[in-house]
Write a protein that binds this ligand. Structure first.
Ligand code: NDP
Length: 431
């Protein structure tokens, strides 16, 4: 019997759930130790995740009810990829750290923060030892931490480049938040640093791992929409404090466009499977509003694709939260409303069947997008795979961002050269 099969069987056979769980854990520790699977050394990857490690619970309901979902597989801590989370702000505390509890192949192993008091409090919550707390000066010492195989960069945009390059030099794989950086030059040096260090670089485009977005990709690929002709999207919100880094050009690289507008044109690219060749854009920047002295308030842009597809997008920092997309083909359309949200995304499709107009709302299980995205990164590390959203995907979005700004500045349409090679790696595995 395999190691994982022997670990998995105890809870099912014991009549006392509490004692079976205890003996399961004892058995797991003993079996892992016997197999020589102690804490991982730096650069050492955990073995491939094994589905036999799933935990099975007894069914509580009658056959007339939908079956409870079987949780797991639950990899042992030593089998999970250890992440250092860099920057303990809104996204890290509200979304990323809680998502580790839902991930199958990841664990949070270290924190990097400029605020020691905050990082101690958060570390206590997640069981992270004091020796695995760093600040931005001691960050490079992650190189000597064998508990950490990957680093998740969750800093203001213009700081991504420095911390990706230093993290790669420390020999760790990198997951970096969007937008990848604030210039093409920085994106290129991030890619080069990760290549030179032979570590993986993935950009955290969570929507590309989200089940309803993946369903639309499938529909487009299978020709369910027919030829895709049009894409419409909006992503906006009303910003508060003018002093926050998002309103500072040097830290943010722009206003609503690189922050939330990026979701619209990234979706136009990955849902259609095409790359835009030209853009026309407008921005507005009411400098009398203290929030917009350095960055634009709103941006509207139209992307033209070689097939004839036209994507019309708008983004704003002065509107009530609005998140929507629709991709329209000659036979059908699919829309997400809201789109781009962390939860509550709803898919709707419309087509004609037997002469009738059919509007449907497919029921697709909602999953934590951050857990999915981190699990994909862990699978890439553990199985030596190419990330689905590597640095090249972020680099091309930066080129598009630059073209949008150039068009808005010059009042002319701007050509966008196609990427030299496909910017996405193999599709993520079902999780
Ligand atoms: P926050 O401002 O809430 O947090 C950023 C954190 O970075 C701070 O709390 C601070 O952490 C650290 N930091 C280090 N240097 C600075 C500095 N000079 N100014 C401000 N903060 C600094 O930002 P978010 O968490 O909202 O965003 C972080 C990144 O995540 C951005 O790149 C953003 O685009 C991306 N993001 C992605 C989302 C997604 O859905 N994928 C959603 C939201 C954001 P500490 O105090 O620990 O040092």
């Amino acid at each position: 019997m395999s190691l994982f099969a022997s670990l998995a069987r105890d809870p099912e056979t014991s009549s006392d759930p509490a004692s079976s769980r205890r003996s399961f854990l004892r058995g797991a520790t003993t079996a892992l130790a016997a197999a020589g699977l102690g804490p991982l050394a730096a650069g050492q990857s955990p073995t491939k995740p094994n589905a036999q490690d799933a935990v099975h619970l007894p069914e509580l309901h009658a056959d007339t009810e939908a079956p409870d979902k079987t949780p797991g597989p639950f990899e042992a801590p030593s089998q999970r990829t250890g992440f250092a989370v860099v920057g303990l702000g809104t996204l890290s505390l509200n979304q990323i750290l809680p998502a580790f509890a839902k991930s199958k192949y990841c664990r949070v192993a270290a924190l990097v923060s400029g605020d020691r008091d905050k990082s101690r409090k958060i570390a206590a919550q997640y069981g992270i030892p004091d020796r695995s707390l760093y600040d931005y000066k001691t960050y490079d010492q992650l190189a000597q931490n064998p508990d950490v195989q990957a680093i998740y960069i969750v800093l203001p945009n213009s700081l991504h480049a420095e911390f990706v390059v230093r993290g790669a030099k420390a020999g760790k794989h990198i997951l970096c938040e969007k937008p990848m950086a604030t210039s093409v030059k920085d994106c290129e040096r991030m890619i080069a640093a990760c290549k030179a260090a032979n570590v993986k670089l993935m950009i955290a485009y969570r929507q590309q791992y989200e089940p309803m977005n993946r369903q639309i990709i499938k529909m487009v690929k299978e020709g369910k929409l027919g030829t895709v002709k049009s894409f419409i999207a909006t992503n906006g919100q009303n910003q508060g404090d003018p002093a926050q880094w998002r309103q500072k050009l040097a830290l943010a690289g722009g206003g609503c466009l690189p922050d939330v507008g990026i979701y619209c044109f990234n979706a136009a690219r990955f849902l259609s499977g095409e790359e835009p060749s030209e853009v026309v854009a407008f921005t507005t920047q009411p400098k009398s509003d203290p929030r917009f002295t350095e960055v634009e308030e709103s941006c509207g842009f139209t992307l033209h694709f070689p097939s004839g597809l036209i994507a019309t997008c708008s983004t704003g920092y002065g509107i009530h939260r609005s998140q929507f997309l629709r991709i329209e083909g000659e036979k059908a359309w699919a829309e997400l409303s809201p789109a781009f949200a962390y939860t509550g995304i709803k898919l709707k499709t419309n087509r004609t069947e037997d002469g009738h107009n059919v509007l449907s709302e497919p029921s697709i299980e909602e999953k934590d997008q951050f857990a999915l995205e981190m699990d994909h990164m862990a699978q890439c590390v553990q199985q030596n795979l190419q990330p689905h959203t590597p640095g090249e995907e972020g680099l091309h979005d930066q080129r598009i961002t630059d073209a949008i700004y150039e068009s808005a500045r010059t009042g002319r349409s701007v050509k966008i050269a196609p990427p030299p090679q496909p910017t996405r790696g193999p599709d993520p595995q079902e999780s």
